[in-house]
Design a protein around this ligand. Structure first.
Ligand code: MTE
Length: 320
């Protein structure tokens, strides 16, 4: 059992992990057969889901021109069919199973060291804070990357709504827990629910983003509908999906992956090409879907925005 815990499939050394090439091959075979857009989850199904969503009128959200990047946007059908969402399975191919995620009603509880804990429906929350679209790099600890047009609002707006006490040092995020809905949560090798945490200073950084949409519509279930985090200067596992609870706490939260394997998945998880994962290099990354290998950048290219957060801290702890 320990061996299984210590080697979940997404931790496999990159040279051994081929699911996307298998997937891309499958796509080109389907394309060759004339099925093109029908591969895996059809675009039509995604659009139909968006139409039924009572928040659909909020998209496309106004583009925030500050967050543009020098990379092409990853095609939606690639992004929508290559995911890490262990609640729905340990492969990348969870999009179909993730459609079991019931996103309405969906309430988010804000508690812990705040002026007054409260619970709010997602459909109300998204109308309280203006939404915007941002282009963000997304870099997984497995060394693949994408570029995504997210929509949502800055995490710091939510922090302001919560009005945390001075003693709150960290923000802790928790995903739903429902093994009947999410078959992966029946896998007792993982300490469900998925948890992640960031410092209150990180939560206040302009880049920290609560995602409610992507590709000009409500965010798809496989991406962590209806509310997920994205911290683009950190490895993707920090960006917790399908958030139910946000707690302001004094103690540093221990995330699911840190709980499983602290020597490989630390609290900070800041992207650094010079600090290898214990089992593979982080110097370069594979761009999906082109497969091109490009150099990884310190803080995933966001050093100007975030380096100040870590001044004076021990660098040997910050990059894993
Ligand atoms: N959040 C939850 N609840 N469950 C997960 O398994 N996987 C993480 C992160 N958030 C995960 C999660 C990992 S490892 C990555 S790389 C990103 O989500 C993947 O996001 P994407 O599938 O939208 O690209």
């Amino acid at each position: 059992m320990v061996a299984i815990i210590r080697r979940p499939s997404w931790e496999i050394a990159e040279r051994l992990a081929t699911p996307e090439s298998v997937y891309l091959n499958r796509r080109s075979i389907l394309k060759g057969m004339g099925f093109g857009a029908a591969a895996a989850l059809s675009h039509g199904a995604v659009v139909a889901a968006a139409e039924a969503d009572p928040t659909a009128d909020l998209y496309p959200a106004k583009k925030n021109e500050k967050y543009k990047i020098d990379r092409p946007v990853t095609p939606e059908e690639i992004n929508a069919n290559y995911n890490n969402f262990y609640e729905f399975g340990t492969s990348k191919d969870i999009a179909a199973n993730a459609q079991n995620l019931v996103v309405r009603p969906w309430e988010i509880t804000i508690d812990g060291l705040v002026e007054k804990p409260f619970t709010i429906a997602l459909d109300d929350l998204v109308r309280k804070i203006p939404l915007e679209t941002r282009l963000y790099r997304h870099r997984c600890v497995e060394a693949w990357s994408m570029t995504i047009p997210w929509a949502g609002f800055p995490l710091k707006s939510l922090v302001a709504m919560a009005n945390p006490q001075a003693s709150a040092k960290y923000v802790r995020f928790e995903t739903f827990l429902d093994p009947d809905m999410a078959s992966g949560q029946g896998n007792f090798l993982y300490p469900w629910p998925y948890i992640e945490g960031v410092t209150i200073e990180e939560a206040g950084n302009d880049l920290s983003f609560m995602v409610t949409g992507a590709y000009d519509k409500p965010v798809a279930k496989q991406h962590g509908a209806p509310l997920r985090l994205h911290m683009p200067w950190k490895y993707g596992f920090k960006s917790i999906k399908s958030i139910r609870k946000i707690s302001f706490v004094e103690e540093r939260p221990v995330g699911l992956w840190e709980a499983l394997q602290p020597s490989e998945y630390g609290f900070w998880a800041n992207v650094n090409p010079e600090v290898a994962h214990p089992r593979w290099s982080q110097a370069t990354e594979r761009v999906l879907d082109t497969g091109e290998r490009i150099p990884t950048l310190l803080f995933n290219g966001y050093a100007a925005e975030v380096a100040d957060l870590y001044v004076g801290m021990d660098p040997s702890t910050l990059y894993m």
